[in-house]
Design a protein around this ligand. Structure first.
Ligand SMILES: Nc1ncnc2c1ncn2[C@@H]1O[C@H](COP(=O)(O)OP(=O)(O)OP(=O)(O)O)[C@@H](O)[C@H]1O
Ligand SMILES: [Mg+2]
Length: 329
């Protein structure tokens, strides 16, 4: 869709919650409702979420320091891991014990922190794998060749349409392994769209992506919402969160410690605590350097500390990891 949507501030969804914005606050129209979800590794409670609702039709950011349990929560909600306790629904349907492939079929798809594009398949083949309900998978209908080939060509058409949107159409016959890190992230997102999902969950979509590609990734995420999808994304880049998120959920040590609109949340002492320890008087957006504002000496100091300890994956942290720097455009 419009590639210049990033020029203006995106239209934010408001009125998403009922009552005071606090951890576990009810949403007007939740697409996910989770209760008492826990996951322990050894002695460590990686996820310990009492109650959580994810709003429908909005872009929700899940933030928190390294090890907060964000990816583990993604894994649980999408059936890639099993919780010790807990129940949750997606779009009104209970999802406990539902395997990942079926969760995806129900309309809840996710991407991974480390991209899972299959390197030895071509870009187009990767896309076709993302398609759902293929007639060819059904034993009976696979015997009827015309039906199968018709659907095959429809799938290919749809794949090429989405690839074009992501500017990957000219690479359709390239092996996914030959793409840059950022292009693989785009391919993963494009592949997720093949199933016409209701909820798209993105685990650090910007990590390892060259700054030149981040704007187009932002646009793609905003477009998902415009097309009626709900988005839940994990991100360390506070500028991005502030720019595109309608709602922010903050995790620390497995728990949800704060929720609210981006502006309020990023000035919440509990959030600043979770990220920055006791330095409560510094605006997190300013600290990360992506929000214009006066950066105090204390903020500069914290920025260095965060880069070192929290491992921010935004443009400022690029040169630290050459493997994550392989984008060409
Ligand atoms: N398979 C596993 N086995 C043992 N411990 C694990 C496993 N997966 C995650 N953990 C631990 O659970 C905690 C939460 O990890 P998780 O990856 O969910 O954090 P995160 O919020 O996604 O962090 P990051 O921002 O670094 O991606 C961490 O302490 C991590 O070491
Ligand atoms: Mg993670």
């Amino acid at each position: 869709m419009s590639s210049n949507s990033s020029a203006q501030s995106p239209v934010k969804s408001t009125g998403l919650h009922i009552g005071d914005a606090a951890p576990g606050v009810a949403k007007v129209d939740p697409i996910i409702i989770a209760d008492n979800v826990t996951r322990t590794f050894g002695g460590l409670k990686a996820v310990d979420v009492d109650h959580l609702e994810v709003p429908r039709g909005a872009i929700t950011a899940l933030i928190g320091p390294n090890g907060a349990g964000k990816t583990t929560l993604f894994n649980l909600l999408t059936g890639f891991d099993k919780p010790d306790t807990g129940t949750w629904t997606f779009d009104g349907k209970r999802l406990n014990g539902v395997p990942a492939f079926r969760v995806a079929r129900m309309g809840q798809v996710r991407t991974f922190q480390l991209t899972k594009a299959l390197g030895l398949l071509t870009v187009l083949e990767n896309m076709k794998l993302g398609a759902q309900k293929q007639t060819g998978e059904n034993m009976f209908s696979s015997l009827i060749k015309p039906l199968w080939t018709k659907q095959e060509s429809e799938i290919e058409e749809r794949a090429m349409e989405i690839l074009a949107r992501f500017k990957l159409d000219t690479k359709k016959d390239d092996f996914a392994a030959s793409l840059s890190g950022g292009q693989r992230k785009l391919l993963e997102m494009a592949r997720a769209l093949m199933s016409s999902p209701k909820l798209v969950m993105l685990d650090e979509p910007m990590a390892g992506v060259n700054p030149a590609l981040t704007q187009s990734l932002l646009d793609h995420i905003l477009n998902l919402k415009q097309e009626g999808m709900s988005v839940l994304f994990v991100e360390h880049d506070m500028h991005m969160v502030r720019h595109i998120a309608d709602w922010v959920i903050v995790m620390a040590e497995g728990r949800v410690v704060a929720e609210g609109d981006p502006h309020t949340v990023m000035e919440d002492p509990a959030v600043i605590d979770a990220y920055l320890g006791s330095h409560q008087d510094v605006d997190l957006g300013v600290v990360t350097g992506r929000i214009s504002g006066e950066k105090t000496a204390e903020a500069e100091e914290l920025l260095a500390e965060i880069d070192a300890e929290v491992g921010l994956t935004d443009s400022a942290a690029y040169s630290a990891d050459p493997e994550k720097n392989e984008d060409t455009k």
